[in-house]
Design a protein around this ligand. Structure first.
Ligand SMILES: NC(=O)c1ccc[n+]([C@@H]2O[C@H](COP(=O)([O-])OP(=O)(O)OC[C@H]3O[C@@H](n4cnc5c(N)ncnc54)[C@H](O)[C@@H]3O)[C@@H](O)[C@H]2O)c1
Ligand SMILES: O=CCCC(=O)O
Length: 498
């Protein structure tokens, strides 16, 4: 645990936490908090100053965690019943919710979300834990009519084994619970590599899992800045499953490494979400949808609208209403209760948004509002709307991951669908319309894993989460999330007449 004397200058963080022992800087390996001589800095995005220094795990640490997890998993799977993981997960969920304020503060400090957004994420993260507490008890197999006389054929769902879990900084809590809860529910063990930008939330969640009585040796957290060390989770033969959420380029690289030992792999990767506003849409509702789904978490989620496609004859009215709504956003230090837009995560994120604006303007787009970074400490970019966006611009091609809403115009439904699907990504897509005959047709034709119709909010524990095309494969949450951590075994009992 953190020694208060070492960290009394960390922006009064101790004063803000009810349980200061949740702010942890060690790795969690084999049920022990492990101090490392080598550490890496974690930066607070609102001030660009060092928030703390966290243990930097080596490849040997990953191997130790994987080997310990391997032994523990077999014992866990042998001794556990469907109900046991459920009981542990319910307790873990309760502890997460009891500590929501502290967890939200830790998450907000390291990630830059506003406190309201951070609290929302902790509650969302807890919802996966309670969801999979229930799913743990509903892991059914089948009895299958056999084509052989005097034989019985049935299936069971077995834990896949040790799971490597690698998660991004933009959802420091929910991306972990959405993987770890089903893995533990299935009877697996996990070795978590949290993002180096936001390791504190992961370590606090692990502490609470320990308090909830997680089976010994089945949960390890290895923070590291060393990407080569982290790849051990894709390479080590004792890891049977890799679950990765992050960028498409890193996901592809890890999938290649995992192929050497034919691990089961889930990849939740980048998006380039189209947000289509048809001429018959309720424009105010559509603006509300963009305000949530573009500017939520300062535009840093994989399901954020990336391209706003608006039918030509309503484009001017829509642009002026969206610009007026964006003008009301308040950016600033994310712990200030007045703030609605926190900072971006780091300098590279600012540079990407700036490059997208610059490229768009050079190719003829108009800045309706914003368009510049904010000088001074911290990584702030003024919430931005641009009109006149075109297919040849970077904003059409890449996920901006920031507070930039580019407006593209289209003529017809066919035109909108062609534009929407003209990307290698396929995570989320949205459209707004009052024409009910469009709902199922456009939802079917959008090449994405998740569709929002007249809503920008599609994420929930019960909703299958995942993409198609280069946004990855596998589903998280929902009735499908558990099977990502299971293998189906068939058993044939033959010759029953002998
Ligand atoms: N589809 C989804 O569910 C989903 C959810 C959240 C974020 N994302 C995507 O994540 C991206 C943003 O997150 P990011 O910047 O942290 O992505 P990233 O790919 O850079 O990093 C993700 C994780 O992988 C680790 N990592 C990076 N390079 C690695 C390497 N060479 N070897 C091993 N591990 C490595 C990082 O430390 C981090 O823990 C965006 O593209 C976003 O769309 C997708
Ligand atoms: O950033 C990606 C995940 C956020 C979500 O689950 O909606």
């Amino acid at each position: 645990m953190l020694d208060r004397r070492q960290h009394q200058n960390h922006h009064g963080i101790f004063e803000q936490l009810k349980d200061r022992s949740l702010f942890i800087e060690q790795a969690y390996i084999n049920d022990e908090w492990v101090e490392k001589q080598k550490t890496f800095d974690v930066i607070e995005p609102s001030t660009a100053s060092v928030l703390g220094r966290v243990a930097d795990c080596t490849v040997e640490d990953f191997r130790a965690a994987i080997e310990s997890a391997y032994v523990a998993q077999q014992e866990y799977a042998d001794s556990t019943t469907g109900a046991q993981p459920g009981a542990f997960l319910r307790k873990w969920c309760d502890l997460i919710l009891q500590n929501v304020d502290d967890l939200a503060t830790i998450l907000a400090l390291e990630n830059g979300k506003t406190l309201a957004e951070a609290k929302g994420e902790i509650v969302y993260a807890a919802s996966f834990v309670s969801w999979f507490a229930e799913e743990a008890t509903r892991s059914y197999g089948h009895t299958i009519p056999s084509s052989t006389a005097n034989a019985t054929l049935y299936t069971t769902r077995e834990p896949v084994g040790v799971c490597g879990i690698i998660t991004p900084w933009n959802s420091p809590a929910a991306m972990i619970t959405r993987k770890v809860a089903p893995a533990l529910a299935a009877g697996c063990a996990v070795v978590i590599k949290p993002p180096s930008e936001t390791p504190y939330t992961a370590l606090a969640l692990a502490r609470l899992a320990g308090d909830a009585g997680v089976h010994h040796g089945v949960l390890h957290v290895c923070p590291t800045k060393d990407r080569t060390a982290a790849t051990e989770l894709a390479i080590h033969p004792l890891v049977s499953k890799l679950s990765f959420t992050g960028s498409t380029s890193v996901g592809k690289m890890l999938a290649k490494l995992s192929a050497q030992t034919l691990k089961k792999v889930s990849l939740e990767l980048g998006g380039n979400a189209p947000f289509i506003v048809f001429e018959d849409a309720d424009i105010d509702l559509a603006v509300e949808g963009v305000m949530f789904c573009k500017f939520w978490c300062t535009g840093q989620t994989c399901v954020c609208a990336n391209r706003i496609l608006v039918q030509k004859n309503i484009a001017a009215a829509f642009t002026s209403k969206l610009t007026a709504a964006v003008a009301k956003l308040k950016y600033g230090h994310n712990l200030d209760p007045e703030t609605t837009q926190g900072p971006l995560v780091n300098e590279a994120a600012i540079a990407k948004v700036a490059a997208h604006v610059e490229d768009a303007v050079a190719k003829g787009a108009k800045v309706e509002i914003g368009g510049t970074r904010v000088s001074g400490p911290g990584f702030f970019f003024v919430p931005t709307v641009i009109s006149g966006a075109k297919r040849n611009m970077l904003v059409a091609e890449e996920e901006t991951f920031g507070p930039l809403a580019p407006i593209f115009e289209f003529d017809s439904e066919a035109d909108a669908l062609r534009l929407a699907n003209d990307t290698e990504f396929g995570l989320a897509g949205y459209f707004f319309s009052r024409d009910i005959s469009r709902y199922m047709r456009v939802a079917r034709k959008l090449q994405v894993g998740m569709v929002g119709v007249n809503t920008g909010k599609i994420s929930a524990a019960e909703a299958p989460f995942g993409g198609v095309k280069e946004s990855g494969y596998g589903k998280e949450g929902s009735l499908y999330g558990l099977e990502e951590y299971q293998v189906i075994k068939s058993v044939t009992i033959g010759n029953q007449d002998k």
